[in-house]
Design a protein around this ligand. Structure first.
Ligand code: 3HC
Length: 328
């Protein structure tokens, strides 16, 4: 496959001190860093890590929902779910394109995922057991994703911030469709209401963990916030999310599974119980309930796509040869 990654000036070609001062000034003035701008190696590396992990999450995140396309309870629900899964594929593609502008070809980023060297979001290592899980994933998982990703529309790297604008619009539709699935179930029979409650019980904790480890255990946050890649810390976003979902859950007539959840007048926020961080770290190390299955499916899909990549490369070669002949 062709690699259309921009050539960046070599470090020896630039006056590093002046380039660093220019970069710092852009960050201070809240302007965007663009692909051809000089940037510190560590900034490039951290963004490549975050954006590619984000892309991998979108792609792996298609699996739990794709699993329900054939079992959706109506044609309308099926069409909506197909559209949502396709949206996630699109998000992955925008994000791989944004990541590539930092200089690492997409094939290499993808290989890091296939080799198990790159992470993807912990949440996608949990199974989707019932139709109600489609509701809980839409409401809680896409809801947490929006809370985390709206500030990324103002992240300091231009291509990432622009990709996030469209992604967030689509995620907000996803969240509403999830809430609507749960609302419909909550208005149904006692069994359907219980299904919705069970799904919330399963996804509440893992959705809160999507924001990452507590600030004190987040090695990347401080520098990422100084570079304005991240605008809020993991704990700040988690708190905002809890404050948002409590009244939404009340409107559903359902409960969040946390006995410590209560309004704190002094703080002006909801207090909530400690999450199971041992479980979180085990999941991101590959020991969650579905890690092995998710990676096996991804590798299988990649292998099944080999003929498409070969055909696209052969077509590109043919086009290039025809263009050469035309010029000659
Ligand atoms: N799952 C897996 N790994 C996680 C994680 C999670 N929920 N939270 C943190 N980690 C990893 C980090 O990647 C980092 O690993 P590394 O240094 O080995 O690469 C390590 O744990 C330490 O965490 P930090 O807080 O220091 O890491 P960050 O500063 O990168 O913050 C983040 C983590 C908040 C997830 C940040 O990377 C981020 O905002 N990323 C962009 C959004 C994103 O990737 N979301 C994933 C979900 S996408 C999605 O949900 C799709 C949708 O359609 C539902």
């Amino acid at each position: 496959m062709t690699n259309n990654v921009t050539e960046f000036p070599k470090r020896d070609d630039v006056d590093i001190e002046a380039a660093q001062a220019y970069f710092d000034d852009l960050i201070d003035r809240d302007l965007r860093i663009e692909p051809a701008d000089w940037m510190p190696d560590a900034y490039r590396k951290t963004l490549t890590r975050q954006v590619s992990q984000h892309a991998h999450s979108e792609i792996i995140g298609m699996q739990p929902e794709a699993n329900w396309i054939l079992r959706a309870p109506s044609l309308k629900r099926k069409a909506i779910l197909i559209a949502k899964v396709q949206d996630e594929a699109g998000h992955g593609l925008y994000l791989y394109s944004a990541a590539e502008t930092l200089g690492t070809p997409r094939d290499e980023l993808n290989q890091q995922l296939l080799d198990g060297k790159a992470k993807y979001s912990s949440i996608f290592n949990y199974p989707a057991r019932t139709w109600a899980d489609m509701g809980a994933i839409g409401w809680l998982v896409d809801g947490a994703a929006i809370q985390n990703q709206v500030p990324l529309c103002r992240t300091s790297y231009g291509p990432y911030s622009r990709a996030m604008v469209r992604i967030c619009k689509e995620e907000s539709f996803h969240q509403r469709q999830g809430w609507e699935i749960l609302y419909t179930l909550a208005q149904g029979t006692p069994e359907q209401k219980q299904m919705a409650q069970d799904a919330i019980n399963r996804f509440y904790g893992p959705a809160l963990q999507m924001f990452g480890p507590p600030d004190a255990e987040s090695p990347n946050s401080k520098q990422s916030m100084a570079w304005k890649i991240k605008r809020f810390s993991n704990d700040e976003l988690r708190q905002r999310f809890v404050d948002m979902i409590v009244p939404q859950c009340e409107a559903l007539g359902l409960e969040l599974p946390d006995p410590d959840l209560k309004w704190n007048e002094e703080r002006g926020h909801y207090d909530f119980g400690e999450l199971d961080w041992d479980e979180f770290f085990a999941v991101i190390k590959g020991h969650g309930p579905c890690n092995a299955q998710r990676m096996a499916r991804r590798r299988e899909a990649h292998d099944n796509g080999a003929w498409v990549r070969e055909a696209a490369a052969a077509y590109a070669e043919k086009q290039a040869a025809e263009a050469d002949t035309a010029v000659a």
